[in-house]
Design a protein around this ligand. Structure first.
Ligand code: FRU
Length: 527
């Protein structure tokens, strides 16, 4: 973490001096949930349908599981400030992953350390013995991070620990024998344990990040862990974080592959941090990737630490996940006042075989469409000059479903542009010659909080070699999530306009753009 951002190191330093014994427990009264009914949804830049903490700092999603009709979401949370600090696990639950109830903080720092990222699983067979056969325990695996050790440079200040809940995830007890995976090799970055059940070997498999690699461990009971193997890639010495391992069925076949997600902490395609994945095989001991290089789960700057939900019912069988909608390059300085960061929309991942290669597609979960209002229909239309789109609702809280007829379009490039009365704009462009889409947020808002944020255009590769391009763009006040061709490319990006964008237009260069029938939906707030 210290290498992450200077402000972080300063905060860490101040706090570690103040807190003599590892991490002091914050007052139990402090909860992520503020029960007062004052709506936070009126605040400037507050997303209207993305998950946000009511107040203070949030980063990675943690410990997600589904149990008895509820999706649980935990998250890295610092209840005392809007910048990163000694981590707790905040908690919320939802029956549709869209509307959330905030719950009390689930895990507080203790004498071993603060509570860094990790996962949670429903131990349906009570292999851990923390529950009963009738009441399966839920086990959270997380990293204990000790600031005192970090300051003293002991290098073994990150260790893996457990907590369990026998009431469906509301109250948690830390395991008395923590840590369950000590850091004997003294690896400075040794964190973010996530567990999956491996049917063939009848073992739990834990994957964690250890600087530029991941490590796998196995256990019959979640308590006693045996080291299995490392997975790394030649020539990549970037810091890896928040791994996730799970199986996926290849669409339209019975083939099953293993997917390993790793978040990469620097030099992602568009700068800073992003989530990547490998597709391959896992035999209960070792992960073997099909390709030497990772692919990007999202090409935008703002989808980090994306991980999946455990225990989604077998008859549902979807792979569901969520990411942190920010980037460590600027997360702590973005201009929101009372809280910092939102999660991405919850997404369903599917695995497709495309030209002899496996590729993950991601789309918002189907439940998301409950937010849609009556759409504005746009008839088939030729665009060349800049053309304002007729929307009778706020363009900054809407879903755009554009179909571009590529056979009939002669334009070499075309743009979707959002503008506001302060003269700021956010532009999504498509360049057929380059085979790319690009996002220009360099003029998207007030520029005084970060140079990094406004510096570059951001790109993603796009396949224009077909008859139709499908662009689905979801805008929520201060973010867009763009899904091209059913999620073949996803692109998440945040921005902070001084005024809400209230105009949207299309334009084309060097020819015409033929827009096939398209739709724009207003989206309700989850307030
Ligand atoms: C990723 C991360 C994790 C760590 C957590 C600390 O964003 O750095 O590796 O556990 O944040 O908040």
């Amino acid at each position: 973490m210290t290498s992450k951002i200077n402000i972080t190191s300063i905060v860490i330093l101040l706090l570690s001096v103040a807190l003599a014994c590892g991490c002091k427990q914050s007052s139990k009264e402090k909860v992520a949930a503020d029960s007062s009914k004052v709506s936070v949804y009126k605040e400037k830049h507050r997303p209207q349908f993305h998950f946000t903490p009511q107040a203070n700092w949030m980063n990675d999603p943690n410990g997600m599981f589904y149990f008895e009709g509820k999706y649980h979401l935990f998250y890295q949370y610092f209840p005392d400030s809007t910048v990163w600090g000694p981590m707790h696990w905040g908690h919320a639950e939802s029956s549709d992953m869209i509307h959330w109830d905030h719950l009390p903080i689930a895990l507080f720092p203790d004498s071993i350390g603060c509570i860094f990222s990790g996962g949670a699983i429903v131990d349906n067979k009570n292999t851990s013995g923390f529950g009963t056969d009738q009441v399966p325990p839920i086990i959270a695996t997380f990293t204990h991070h000790d600031f005192v050790g970090e300051k003293a440079k002991t290098n073994d200040f990150q260790k893996q620990s457990l907590a369990y809940s026998t009431d469906g995830g509301v109250h948690w007890e830390k395991y008395k024998g923590n840590p369950v995976i000590p850091n004997k090799e003294k690896i400075k970055d040794f964190r973010d344990p996530k567990v999956v059940w491996h049917e063939a070997t009848q073992k739990w498999i834990l994957v964690l990040a250890a600087y530029d690699r991941v490590k796998f461990y196995a256990s019959p009971n979640l308590i006693d862990w045996q080291f299995l193997s490392d997975f790394a890639i030649e020539g990549d010495s970037r810091l890896w974080e928040c791994p996730d391992l799970f199986q996926m069925k290849v669409e339209g076949s019975n083939e099953i592959k293993w997917v390993l997600i790793v978040s990469i902490q620097k030099e992602a395609p568009n700068g800073g941090t992003a989530t990547s994945y490998f597709v391959g095989e896992f035999d209960g001991k070792k992960f073997a990737a099909d390709r030497a290089k990772q692919k990007w789960l999202d090409w935008g700057t703002d989808n980090y630490a994306f991980v999946t939900w455990n225990n989604v019912p077998a008859d549902d069988n979807r792979v569901l996940g969520i990411g942190w909608m920010s980037n460590w390059q600027y997360a702590q300085v973005v201009p929101t006042e009372k809280w910092r960061s939102a999660m991405t929309l919850p997404r369903e991942l599917t695995l497709l075989k495309v030209e002899n290669d496996y590729q993950i597609f991601s789309l918002p979960v189907a439940e998301f469409s409950v937010l849609r209002g009556q759409p504005t229909l746009i008839e088939k239309k030729v665009v060349s000059e800049k053309t304002m789109l007729p929307v009778s609702f706020s363009p900054s809280q809407a879903e755009y479903d554009f179909r571009i007829d590529l056979d009939e379009s002669t334009a070499s490039s075309f743009d979707i542009e959002f503008e506001n009365s302060a003269g700021e704009s956010y532009l999504v462009g498509f360049n057929r010659k380059d085979g790319k889409m690009y996002v220009d947020r360099t003029q998207s808002g007030k520029q005084d909080f970060s140079k990094e944020f406004y510096k570059d255009l951001h790109h993603a590769p796009i396949n224009f070699n077909k008859s139709e391009l499908h662009i689905r763009l979801i805008m929520d006040v201060a973010s867009v999530e763009i899904f091209i061709d059913n999620g073949a490319v996803s692109f998440t990006s945040i921005f902070f306009p001084s005024e809400k964008y209230d105009k949207v237009s299309l334009s084309a260069a060097d020819g015409n753009l033929l827009l096939s029938e398209s739709r724009i939906y207003p989206l309700n707030s989850i307030e």
